[in-house]
Design a protein around this ligand. Sequence first.
Ligand SMILES: *Cc1c(COP(=O)(O)O)cnc(C)c1O
Length: 389
Amino acid sequence: MLRVGQEEIDAIARVIRKGGLFRYPDNGIGQCGLFEKRYAEYLQVKHVTMASSGTAALVAALAGLGVGPGDEVIVPCHTYMATVVAVLAVGAIPVIVDIDESITLCPEAFEQAIGPCTRAVIPVHMWGLPCNMDAIMSISEKHQLLVVEDACQAVGGAYNGRKLGSIGHAGAFSFNYFKNMTCGEGGAVATNDNRVAQKAGCSIDCCRFFWNPEDADLYSFSASGARASEIEGAMMNAQLDRLDPLIALLRRHKKRILTQTASIPGLQPNPLHSAADECGTHTHFLLPTPAAADEFATRAGGTVCGKTGRHTYTEWDYILNHRAGHHPAMNPFTWEANKPCRKNYSPDMCAKSLEILNRTVMIGNNVDRTDADVEAQIAAIRAAAPAVL
Ligand SMILES: *Cc1c(COP(=O)(O)O)cnc(C)c1O
């Protein structure tokens, strides 16, 4: 959550007073429809469909692209577990690969991991940091892979001027409480492909074709229920109005921190892709050793990237223990179609990434910080550095 206030209260109150909470009104366009149109314009994509969560949006993106049993999907070893869970939800098998010092998918590790069953890759713009999309897109093109951007943590960010989530074949966004725009819980999927948008829409709403008769030519399939409501749509319209100024503020704070700590001997920020376009939600520093990172995090008021729990593969017991599906027969790890897929995970399979993550300290940024607060943060970094470097 960056900021929520009177505008959201008013927008929701208008929906409740009007009485129509369902997203497909009898005539005209509702708040969800309006947000989808506005966010598509913002992203410069043809289609956006709202969902009840970022996880549902990732599942919809993969389903929309036709990813399923027999397919391997390459996923970075540092992301929220929903990224891998979404792969299993469509019956495919995640292949976990290294990140690099940018804390995003390592393009070389990605290319090396491509095998005969590889169908797609999910670059994750983790902590608002853009992946190396030029490298990832060109490798994907060379090997004819589908690209689903997980932009759940990078709403409002861009890569060389193009909005994150708009570059691959599909993009997924989360609007849960912790993300850059929020309606409590929510998400969206973006794509330029009409057919992919229709199928993604069917994954989000199994009755979609009843409400959107123009899509009835598409064969529909049984899926889940993850439709957004007008309350969420109204809130997202208010949130979209706030997004750019808030991201600009975060970038200004971060630039100040980076500029004023650049002269500290030995203190190294993590490398950034498309530095001017990233979200600025966190500042990352790469320390020489894990012990130095622990000490620096305590003194400067940050978190060691490898110690955030759910965000690193070593914590994903669903994957490590092949525990997927609510029913034994619904576990993609056991399916005949997935026999050729690689699924031999181990806690040390991405040791190089663990070493980087345990040396990286991230310091959270915040739109409610004053310039004086930012100066105090800089002073804390200055004071902490000599003790650990
Ligand atoms: C938040 C998040 C998701 C899923 O979002 P929900 O809305 O909580 O389902 C997926 N991937 C990443 C990287 C996230 O941070």
